[in-house]
Structure formats: C-alpha cells, structure tokens
Design a protein around this ligand. Structure first.
Ligand code: B16
Ligand code: MG
Length: 216
C-alpha cells in the first residue's frame, strides 16, 4: 500500500507559469529575440532552467557560449525573483490547501518534488510550506526530470521506498521521472489525458478517489 504523495509544484499546486513567461520574455526582448510566445512557454513546463533558456535561444539566430548561457539564465532568474515578490496565496491552484490538509488527516506523508530552485520561496509566499512534510527541489539535485532524482530524494526524505509513493505531475517529463523511479503517477493539468500517468484527473479540484489510488 502506498503511504506517500510526492507533488510537483509549478502546474500542480501553484501557477507560476505566467511569471516564468514574463521573465523569459523580458530577457528575450533584451536579446532582440522576437516572437517568444506563451505557446513557447508551454515547452518550458516542468523542464530545468537551462533547458528553458534553450527554448528561448532557439527563437533567435545567435549562438552563446556555456558561460554566457549561465549569465543569461541568472539574469532571467533575477527578473523572476522580482516577480515572485508579488506572489501570495492567490497563486495556489483550486482546492490545494484543502486537499493537502485532508490528505494529512488521512495519514499520508507528503513531499514536494520540484526541479525549481525557487521552490522554498514559492512555498513560503503561498503559505503551504507547513502543509507538507519534506521538500526536494532544484537545490537538492544535479539531474532534472525526466531523471527520477528529485522524486527519489523526496521519497528518501519521507523515509519511504519509491514503490510506496505516488507522484502527482502536470508535465510529461515528470511522469517519465516517476516511472523511471519506480513510482505510480497521477497526471493533472491541461494535458492530463495524454501525459501517460497511471491515473489522471483534470485538477485537484476534481473529485479524486485518493484511497483507491493509494491502495491499488
Ligand atoms: P527555476 P516544477 C519547474 O518547476 C517549472 O515548471 C519550469 O518551468 C522551470 O523551468 C523549472 O521549474 C526550474 O525553475 O528556474 O525556478 O529553478 O514544475 O518542477 O515544479
Ligand atoms: Mg510542473
């Protein structure tokens, strides 16, 4: 029987995609890269900061050294951190605090499994830091999803084996990471039907039979 639930953060519990988009757009404009759209921003869902930068740079004609890329990614993060200053509980997706409280009352252990290095700030600002038992994020890992590292670290922090955990994800890379890590998965978000999760639901605001999922 499964005892732990590992939640991805962006796209599952909070919505920060607009802020990521605005920060990348500001960088793209500075670099003279035209045509970086919210559609391109979709390709950045659940992937690392450097892979997200590659999506932006692919829109321009110029090549950058690895060193220059690090500087650019850092610059975008500065813009994103400025925007995160305004973050509050209104960024939480529907029914999130209620779901976390209910799952805790039902006796499940919960952790965050996010590749974002800003996860601790986001959890504090949105007021849900105290509703989970552990956080595994970009600061704890060297390999991004679809590598399972972030979820393996999360399971370890909860003191559980991978097969005792369910991963909740909105990105295909995260579902693949769960599978590679030997964990069951629940796909949510706009692409929930095609993510390939073992279970799926449009969002955490839908009626989800957690008991059935955790006991199956
Ligand atoms: P940062 P998740 C991911 O978070 C975002 O979905 C993705 O768009 C972002 O590039 C990545 O975090 C890295 O974030 O630049 O803040 O370290 O979905 O894994 O919670
Ligand atoms: Mg996500």
């Amino acid at each position: 029987m499964r005892k732990g639930i590992l939640f991805d953060l962006d796209g599952v519990l909070v919505s920060t995609d607009r802020l990521h988009y605005l920060a990348w757009k500001r960088l793209a404009d500075e670099l003279g890269i035209a045509g970086f759209t919210e559609e391109d921003n979709e390709k950045q869902r659940g992937v690392s900061r450097m892979e997200s930068l590659a999506v932006v740079l692919a829109k321009g004609g110029k090549r950058y050294s690895e060193e220059e890329k690090l500087v650019l990614a850092d610059k975008k993060n500065g813009y994103y951190r400025e925007l995160l200053e305004t973050l509050d509980e209104s960024a939480l997706l529907a029914n999130v605090p209620q779901t976390l409280r209910q799952l805790r009352a039902d006796g499940y252990k919960m952790a965050i499994g996010s590749v974002s290095k800003n996860a601790p700030v986001i959890l504090e600002k949105t007021g849900i830091a105290g509703l989970v038992d552990a956080v595994s994020c970009g600061l704890d890992i060297t390999k991004s999803k679809p590598d399972p590292e972030v979820f393996l670290v999360a399971a370890k922090k909860l003191g559980l084996a991978p097969e005792q955990c369910l991963v909740v994800e909105d990105a295909a890379a995260g579902i693949t990471a769960a599978k590679r890590g030997g964990m069951a998965s629940l796909g949510v978000g706009p692409y929930y039907e095609t993510l390939g999760g073992d279970f799926c639901a449009r969002s955490l605001a839908e009626p989800i039979d957690w008991k059935r999922i955790m006991e199956s």
